[in-house]
Design a binder for this molecule. Structure first.
Ligand code: UDP
Length: 234
């Protein structure tokens, strides 16, 4: 498979065409941003860690019957993926209180939620990805009822599968962000699943093992990304 023309460059990824129809090449970068792009830095090795963790977890999800865009990991830091038409909606799933949920509602970080909370955000950098409710997604026409209902069901399944998989490896899945897209009549999970897009704590000690180490200057960022990948791929 050959890497073709650059289609898109984001904060953490470059996406290229390939010589195969319907297949894209997603290359994960070591650069990191936080707080809406205000904080910038480099996490050495992150591209390989994020590609490796995504590849592993997409495979776990596929085995559980969830459709994902993942095809193959190449050159360490890249994934070959199915080309999708992405919905402009980010789905956040939360099991415990953290991040913006703690801030917005004045809740103590780490509080267990009675059941998972699903949130919707519009993918629109210039608008700072505003939070939406279900009515915004439907009435403003970002997704149809049928597609949104399907995505909500898939997001809940992804949460159950990943939470169990991580728990068996001593990891607590606190919250995470998903992006879905469609191809023909089918809906697939896209994007990535990595310490950049998930909050993951050590189940025994509560130690933070994800991008919050970068956001809040907790130190040893690379070592903790590596530890998560080591446990998930062991
Ligand atoms: N998240 C993400 N991309 C975004 C916003 C959030 O991957 O643009 C992830 C984030 O890493 C966390 C979860 O979604 O695992 C919930 O994020 P939150 O709303 O708490 O926002 P934050 O405080 O991280 O900005």
């Amino acid at each position: 498979m050959r890497k073709g023309e650059l289609l898109y460059e984001g904060k953490a990824k470059r996406v290229f065409e390939t010589d195969a129809a319907g297949v894209l090449w997603a290359e994960f970068k070591d650069s990191a941003t936080a707080f809406d792009g205000v904080k910038k830095g480099t996490i050495k090795g992150k591209g390989v860690y994020n590609a490796t963790m995504s590849a592993k977890l997409f495979s776990v999800l596929e085995r559980a019957g969830i459709l994902t865009h993942f095809l193959e990991q190449v050159e360490g830091r890249s994934l070959l993926v199915r080309r999708l038409k992405m919905f402009p909606v980010e789905i956040v799933m939360r099991n415990k209180v953290a991040g913006s949920l703690a801030e917005r509602y004045g809740l103590g970080p780490g509080t267990e939620l009675k059941k998972p909370i699903l949130e919707y955000y519009l993918k629109a950098n210039a608008l700072h990805d505003p939070m939406m409710n279900r009515n915004h997604v439907l009435v403003l026409g970002y997704m149809t009822e049928r597609k949104l209902s399907h995505v909500e069901g898939e997001a809940a399944r992804v949460n159950r599968v990943l939470r169990n998989y991580m728990r068996r490896r001593g990891l607590e899945l606190v919250d995470f962000k998903l992006e879905f897209g469609e191809r023909g009549r089918k809906i697939y999970l896209g994007d990535e699943i990595s310490p950049d897009t998930c909050r993951i704590w050590d189940a025994a000690t509560g130690e933070v093992l994800d991008k919050d180490r970068f956001r809040f200057d907790l130190g040893a960022v690379e070592e903790h990304y590596e530890e998560v990948v080591r446990r998930l791929t062991a």
